[in-house]
Design a protein around this ligand. Structure first.
Ligand code: ZN
Ligand code: ZN
Length: 126
């Protein structure tokens, strides 16, 4: 954290730690609710500010699809998402950019987001 010029306050460390331990693409509110019981002096604003700071520095990535609330992810390298329509879980899967898109020759692609939708294996097994 210090190498990114971020003051490592206890609350900020807890926000980052939550993301490190939960690869579930939580919303800011989910993180706040989870931390509010055991992190003193934490507020929604602290969580939002920490998340904005981390994503601004590229330490975490953000993701949103449809009208979903913004989700936060500790994974910053390119990976795809699979959204289960039954349990709403957002899964990560490894994905490397290797295709040139037909029709976009000469374009500069800054960000590529792959989102697949369907039913995850555990929901399908039910
Ligand atoms: Zn599912
Ligand atoms: Zn992800």
């Amino acid at each position: 954290m210090t190498e990114n010029n971020i003051k490592p306050s206890y609350q900020r460390i807890q926000v980052l730690n939550y993301l490190l331990c939960h690869h579930t693409h939580p919303t800011a509110d989910t993180i706040y609710k989870a931390l509010s019981n055991n992190v003193p002096a934490i507020s929604r604003a602290t969580v939002y500010n920490a998340l904005r700071l981390f994503s601004g520095k590229g330490i975490i990535s953000t993701f949103s699809a449809d009208n979903m609330e913004m989700r936060y992810d500790i994974l910053t390298d390119s990976h795809g998402h699979f959204i289960c329509k039954v349990c709403q879980t957002i899964y990560n899967f490894p994905y490397t950019y290797h295709n040139k898109y037909a029709g976009l020759e000469g374009f500069q692609i800054d960000k590529e987001e792959i989102t697949l939708r369907g039913i995850c294996s555990s929901c399908k097994a039910k």
